[in-house]
Every structure is written in structure tokens, then in C-alpha cells.
Design a protein around this ligand. Structure first.
Ligand code: F6R
Length: 345
């Protein structure tokens, strides 16, 4: 039930830090399965990541961390899996909140038939995707009623940070702050997110720009606002915007910069380019500010470790979409044309 909240979406965003905590501790307690998964990923010739929508964006964060460490990783949108053949030495990680997404299930079956080892990360027990997997891991976000994924996404990111850190031999202590980083980001950013959401609710189109591990977060922000506020949005690597997208930017065109605290100098230059075209820029920073010398509004959410930046950026991006939808009077829990679980091809 709504328990006094205006919508499931806001309730579930508020549940996201507890969900991240439960996910990380739950996976650690499931150490036999987690160990099997990490061992398989470590031995893999290539890691294929298969998912759709928001789950794909979580997968891209995992992929970015591993690619930077020199691993061979191929992120694949489930419905496009025909473009990549797998083999016996490959490990496929299927990420799906529901565990029932038809595109992801069909990809899993094809890759399994091609001899690959299958690991899944789902948020329910006894779902189809986990039943076909060699190792099934779970996020512990609890039931998500809002159609747009919020706390399940943040939980996936938490799980994938843990898995990538194990794979890369990193010390896990930084993850103890995961819950705190998400909850304090929520409190700190809610006011600014509401303001951005209200301003953007009157716009036709918005860009989300970032660099590095922030690009999948930009993609997720753009997907959320499209889904629940019906505002056209696109996400780009900031450096790519000058290769075409900037043509649309004119006075008051909204551009949201997502700053993970790395590549700050480059983002500052991209921000200047946008401002010189009189764009309406907003900056959401985790850990390190861009500090533009102009009037642009910037919010800084704290991270105890830069690796937690994607977790810290999730609440403001979800809240922007929530407040834009609210301002437009649309129901954030039941966006038109969308189903919670897409069981058709
Ligand atoms: C976004 C959203 C969808 C799902 C996608 C995959 O808010 O809800 O994009 O993320 O349909 O769903 P799962 O994770 O259940 O496979």
C-alpha cells in the first residue's frame, strides 16, 4: 500500500538506500553463489552483459569498470543479441529486475545453446531467467510497484559494484558507506531536483550529458524523464555533443550535466560551450564540483569514495523525472504504453 505516500515512485525512491544495503549484505551472505559467479567471470574469455532498459544501464556501469581494468566485456541490448555470437569460453551476465523480460530470456536461451555459462542478477525468486541460469544472484530491493525502475536500479548498481570490486581484487570497505551515500544524496538533492523537474516540465526536449561512468547515468536520467514525464530527452557523452546534438541548443534549451567527479576539466569545457549558446544548464556533481565561473546552478552530493558516485547520482536523476511528471499532472506510477514486465518480443 502507499502508506501515506503520494505515489509508489516516491515511496520506492525513499526505499532505495535500504534496498542497496540489503542487496549488498544479502549477496555477501550468499557467498557460495557469489563466489561461483566471480570465479566464472574471472576465467571468462569475454563477458557478455545482456539486459534491457534500465537494467542495461546498470550493466553499462559494470562494463565500464571492467573495461577500464582491461577485461573484455561486451554490453548487449537483449533484443539485439543476434549481433554477437557467444562461445564456450564466454560468460553471459543477464540483468533483469523482473526476471521475466522476454527479450532477455530469449537472449539467455540462445547464449546457453551456444555453450556459454550463464549468470543472472534478478530481483525476484523463482523467475524464468534465474531458473535457466548456471548461477542466479539476487538484488534485494523488495517488490517494486511503480512501472519505472527506481530502487531496483540502485540495487543493481550496488550489486554490480560489489561484483566488480571482487573481480578486480579491490578492498570492499568503501561499500559500507553505500547506504549512507544514497540517503544523504536524496536529502541533499531533493530541493534542487524539484526545481529542475518543474522547470523542465515546460520544455519539449532535454539533454543529459556526462563522461565516463556517468554516461550510463545520463542515459538512465534521460530514460526516466521520457517514460514518466513524456519529455523528449537524449543522453550523450559530453564530448560527443559537439558532433551534432549541439545544433539544437539555443537560448534556454535545458542541458543537465552529470558529473561523477572524474574528467571535471573536460566537463567544464563542455559546460562553457553550452552556456555560450545560452543553454539552460544544470549540474549534478558527486564528490567534486565543476565550479563553472558563470551563473549555472550546481548541486554537490557527497561520496566517501568516488566509486560510489553512480549510487549517489541515482536519487537526483529519479527525482527530477518524478517532479517533472508531478508538475505535468501525469501519474508517475503508471506511464502510458508501458508495462512493468515486458513479456512480449
Ligand atoms: C525503465 C524500465 C524498463 C525496464 C526494462 C527491463 O524504468 O522499467 O526499461 O528496465 O523493461 O526490465 P527488467 O529489468 O525487468 O528486465
Amino acid at each position: 500500500s502507499l502508506q501515506g505516500y503520494e505515489s509508489f515512485m516516491i515511496k520506492e525512491i525513499r526505499e532505495s538506500w535500504g534496498a542497496v544495503k540489503d542487496t549488498i549484505s544479502g549477496l555477501m551472505e550468499d557467498s557460495a553463489n557469489l563466489g561461483k559467479a566471480v570465479k566464472a567471470l574471472d576465467k571468462a574469455r569475454r563477458i557478455l552483459i545482456v539486459a534491457a532498459g534500465t537494467s542495461y544501464h546498470a550493466g553499462l556501469i559494470f562494463a565500464t569498470r571492467l573495461l577500464r581494468a582491461g577485461k573484455t566485456v561486451i554490453p548487449i541490448i537483449a533484443s539485439e543479441h543476434d549481433t554477437v555470437k557467444s562461445g564456450q569460453d564466454d560468460v553471459v551476465l543477464v540483468i533483469s529486475q523482473s526476471g521475466e523480460t522476454m527479450d532477455s530470456l530469449l537472449a539467455l536461451k540462445d547464449y546457453k545453446a551456444q555453450g556459454s555459462f550463464i549468470i543472472s542478477l534478478t530481483n525476484t525468486l523463482g523467475n524464468s531467467i534465474s531458473s535457466y541460469s548456471n548461477v542466479s544472484l539476487h538484488t534485494r530491493a523488495g517488490p517494486e510497484i511503480g512501472v519505472a525502475a527506481t530502487k531496483t536500479f540502485t540495487s543493481q548498481v550496488g550489486a554490480l559494484l560489489l561484483m566488480s570490486s571482487l573481480l578486480l581484487g579491490e578492498n570492499l570497505d568503501y561499500l559500507k558507506e553505500a547506504e549512507n551515500v544514497v540517503s544523504s544524496s536524496f536529502s541533499k538533492s531533493i530541493g534542487y531536483a524539484e526545481k529542475i523537474g518543474i522547470e523542465i516540465s515546460r520544455k519539449q526536449s532535454v539533454y543529459y550529458l556526462s563522461k565516463g561512468i556517468g554516461v550510463p547515468m545520463a542515459m538512465e536520467g534521460a530514460l526516466k524523464i521520457k517514460e514518466i514525464a513524456y519529455i523528449h530527452s537524449e543522453a550523450y557523452p559530453a564530448g560527443e555533443s559537439k558532433h551534432g546534438p549541439i545544433a539544437l541548443v539555443e537560448r534556454d534549451f535545458p542541458v543537465i550535466f552529470i558529473n561523477t567527479g572524474e574528467h571535471v576539466e573536460e566537463l567544464r569545457n563542455n559546460l562553457k560551450e553550452m552556456e555560450s549558446r545560452k543553454a539552460r544548464a544544470y549540474v549534478i556533481s558527486a564528490g567534486v564540483e565543476i565550479k563553472s565561473d558563470t551563473e549555472v546552478k550546481e548541486i554537490l552530493v557527497n561520496v566517501s569514495d568516488q566509486r560510489l558516485a553512480p549510487l549517489a547520482l541515482a536519487p537526483p536523476l529519479q527525482l527530477i523525472a518524478y517532479y517533472a511528471a508531478k508538475e505535468r499532472g501525469t501519474n508517475p506510477d503508471r506511464p502510458r504504453n508501458l508495462a512493468k514486465t515486458v513479456t512480449v518480443r
